[in-house]
Design a binder for this molecule. Sequence first.
Ligand code: NAD
Length: 462
Amino acid sequence: MYNLAIIGGGPAGYTAAAEASEAGMQVVLFEKDTLGGTCLNIGCIPTKTLLYSAKQYYNAKNSLKYGVAAENVSFDYQKMQQRKQKVVRKLVAGVRQKLQNGNCTVVSGSAEIVSRTDLKVVVACNGGQYEAENLLICTGSQNFTPPIPGLKDNPDVWDSTDALNAKELPGSILIVGGGVIGMEFATLYHELGVSVTVVEAMPRILPLLDGDCVNILLEKYRKQGISILTSTKVKSVEGNIVTIEPLQTEQTSQTCQTVQADKILVCVGRRANLQGLEALADLELERGAVKVNDFMQTNLRNVYAAGDVTGKIMLAHVASRQAEVAVGRMLKRIPLQRIAYNAVPSVVYTNPEIASVGLTEADLTGKDCVLPIEYVAKTLPMAFSGRFVAENEGENGLCKVIIDKKNRTLLGVHMIGNPCSEFVAAASFAVRMGYTVDEFKQVVFPHPTVSEILRETVTSHP
Ligand code: NAD
């Protein structure tokens, strides 16, 4: 009998498998597709690889502003796709290698729970049966298709996987949903010369992020010719003709319009994968996801869950940390650890990037307030960093720091400007450790780096 059965080999599953097997547990991991899950195969890594190619092309075309003339700049999308596959293969091989430590068995196939008691879980996969003391559900999530007439079985409609696998670029694309996936694809296609329209139901794109950062992006993208329609819903689709309807606002009267695009890309969120778990009839769910406590335990004694299937924050780095917490609980590691959700960084790979951690102003005030704390928001333009000015000709950016007015701790940091994704971890660290302004001031930042903007903003006088 195994100590642990894990269903799903994405960032949650493979991190848990490595952590548990290295600690001496006998682990069996089931994966129906390719190790690495959504993140490595059809999510974070392939998108960032293509985005990097697009950025190279875009920068080459716009290099004159740095005094470099590049003529006849062109790109080969097939080559970009081939490189993407190479990157994915390399990283998947790395995951496979990580699990080859003698204590972990990887089984290829679709796993299904057969039965469960408090002492044992039985899993069927590929004609075999496997018994384990504990089960960790890491089945991830899948693209959600909203019930809009004309979307289903329409060859002109793509989800993010179709878009990533397409051999050729469309001439034009309409993206339904201006969230993280939608805006990253808008960036990719726009930089490669595709005509892009984004339709977002909320009053602004990236509705959960800091409004000032998002407005900088919005202004830039609109100026560059990306059509971004907010407070607008897709009503129906016929072939490649999309009927959109502005939602009632003070400025609009409700009239439908049609927009034609070669492809329609739907990015309106993801839903937890619960297939194969049917035998766990008493497993408690919450909003369509597996309900877990702070230690990633479900309501069933020896059943844990981690990653997108828990419906918490659908990010690979949250999944892997949740997996560590789950394994720590199984091993009864003292002190028991929890994941610090308040200090989870997030990045949107637009151009410029947006990176943030912790509370936003909207969390602390107004109608969406979750914590009525008195705060101070300090902001500085990214141009206060010498390195930013040197490397971002004609670009604008912002760093905003949210500070608890009473005890002067850092509650949140929100930034737009390249390459803020690379140093948001410093802000996460400060938020996680509850640093005050004075403590943060004692940290020396290397000069000249864009990261100095963090220290400048924290120590500035509002
Ligand atoms: P999302 O929830 O981020 O955004 C979906 C957007 O679609 C929302 O803004 C919503 O208002 C809008 N919407 C919903 N229905 C609509 C409709 N009918 N018409 C128009 N707009 C509509 O979801 P996503 O972008 O699909 O991303 C899924 C998950 O993957 C998220 O949790 C995201 O954080 C994660 N992800 C993260 C990264 C990253 O970290 N860089 C990259 C990709 C995905």
